[in-house]
Write a protein that binds this ligand. Structure first.
Ligand code: SF4
Ligand code: SF4
Length: 92
């Protein structure tokens, strides 16, 4: 089962912590079918296609180190195959 910041419970604290915390996206590359939905819906353009092929023989979604994830979760909710997890990294 995919994880988006422990879903609903985290959404309130997500709003409060947006400035101080950072976020990490994990993509199951071999499950990706290259549909592009996560990439076109990412507001910060943090996702892009790889230059290599996965086990399915298609380019897959990867993160772009030039941009930042803001933890919105759009990619998680858009992916039809549950390839994406979004984690909050708390800055203590
Ligand atoms: S959580 Fe939001 S900002 Fe982060 S990669 Fe997904 S769509 Fe982009
Ligand atoms: S939405 Fe899912 S299947 Fe589609 S490109 Fe993104 S990770 Fe791959």
């Amino acid at each position: 089962m995919s994880n988006y910041l422990n879903c609903q419970k985290a959404s309130a604290s997500l709003e409060m912590n947006k400035k101080s915390n950072s976020y990490k996206v994990k993509i199951a590359k071999d499950k990706c079918k290259s549909c592009n939905l996560c990439i076109i819906h990412c507001p910060t353009k943090h996702l892009k296609f790889s230059s290599k092929l996965n086990k399915r023989g298609v380019v897959f979604a990867i993160t772009d180190s030039k941009t930042k994830c803001i933890g919105c979760g759009f990619c998680f909710f858009m992916c039809p195959d549950g390839c994406i997890e979004v984690f909050e990294i708390k800055n203590i």
